[in-house]
Design a protein around this ligand. Structure first.
Ligand code: 3JN
Length: 336
């Protein structure tokens, strides 16, 4: 194993890019050089890493000389344009966009579930969608025990999923409305303040949004089981950070809530918070800034033979994006 690595963060000034820098530092990732890349607009900005300022450079095809690991979070179009140049320069790309997720030559990895897939990479490893990540971290251990037939999931997704601009839009709308002004909207199709919007990303002809279809296809790929049925509804809620999910699971075999709790207590990356009598269950505001996927409200679905209901919450910028990407990098270099 090498001592340290030249790492690039592509999209360094965005919400996820920023968090990637924080996570690299917080987890003592063995960084030799940290190169921060972003669009021409952001070039020249300074970002702090290990108490030193690093000047952000403009992302070009020549940005990757000497880079060994490139963490991309700059949108699918930039990934498609620049990831090949990074790979050509000898880097392994860990890409947070959907650009390569369903490509058969690209492993789609949640380390707690399918770290073994990393070894099959051909230069690019994909980081799944945030809503998928937290769901599979919680459900894969239960699948191994009782085999999942069908998942019905409704998400309650924070505005952070739409990046810093999404966070700013909710804050600005709240401020405007409390000052008796009109709430301007740019990022979301409707006012998000004091509202819930059952649309994340665009609709496909079958009536599902792209966000929902990602949950179907990515879950099957990561859990390596094409027979799992997933029925999703993705909803944007006026929450700044963390995604919550109401998840109904039908299993092939019986699994009691007690056994599910015990399995999840011993599962990597999961924290069980489940004491309804004391109003203990996962909350978006408590998950923000944390690494874990929190699971609670575990109870039987009495309407089917082998069913459970769960409530799953995680910080979508951290485990849903930046942390998962850095964990992939750690496994790649054999650091964890
Ligand atoms: O809105 C959310 O909460 C998650 C959004 C994720 C997202 C937004 C724009 C483009 C993605 C993603 O990670 O799937 C993409 C994309 O890469 O397609």
């Amino acid at each position: 194993m090498k001592q340290s690595y030249n790492v690039a963060v592509v999209g360094a000034t965005g919400a996820v890019g920023n968090e990637m820098i924080t996570v690299l530092e917080g987890r003592n990732f063995p960084v030799k050089e940290l190169r921060l890349l972003a669009s021409a607009n952001s070039a020249g900005k300074k970002l702090e890493y290990q108490r030193k300022d690093i000047v952000v450079q403009e992302l070009t095809e020549k940005s990757f000389e000497g880079i060994e690991i490139a963490l991309f979070s700059a949108g699918g179009d930039r990934s498609k344009q620049f990831a090949p140049a990074a790979v050509k320069a000898g880097a392994v790309v860990i890409d947070n966009s959907s650009a390569f997720r369903m490509d058969k030559d690209v492993p789609l990895v949640v380390p707690e579930v399918n770290a073994h897939a990393i070894a099959r990479h051909k230069g690019i490893i994909a980081n799944p969608n945030c809503s998928t990540i937290q769901m599979v971290v919680a459900l894969d251990p239960l699948h191994r025990k009782a085999k999942i037939k069908r998942i019905v999931v409704s998400t309650y997704q924070s505005v952070a999923g739409a990046g810093q601009k999404g966070i700013d839009e909710l804050a600005n709308q709240i401020k405007a409305l409390f000052s008796f002004q009109t709430a301007e909207k740019k990022m979301f199709p409707h006012q998000i303040a004091f509202n819930c919007i059952p649309q994340i990303d665009v609709f496909e002809p079958d009536g599902y949004t792209k966000e929902e279809l990602k949950m179907v296809n990515e879950t099957r790929k990561i859990m390596e089981d094409q027979s799992i049925l997933v029925s999703p509804t993705a909803v944007r809620v006026p929450i700044f950070m963390s995604h919550s999910e109401s998840v109904n699971v039908e299993f092939e075999n019986d699994l009691s809530p007690e056994d599910a709790r015990e399995i999840l207590r011993n599962s990597p990356g999961v924290i069980v918070q489940d004491d309804p009598g004391k109003s203990v269950y996962p909350l978006a505001m408590n998950a923000a800034g944390e690494d874990a996927v929190f699971v609670g409200r575990i109870r039987r679905d009495n309407s089917v033979k082998h069913g459970l209901n769960l409530w799953i919450v995680s910080d979508n910028i951290r485990k849903g994006a930046a942390l998962n990407a850095v964990q992939i990098a750690e496994r790649l270099i054999g650091h964890s």
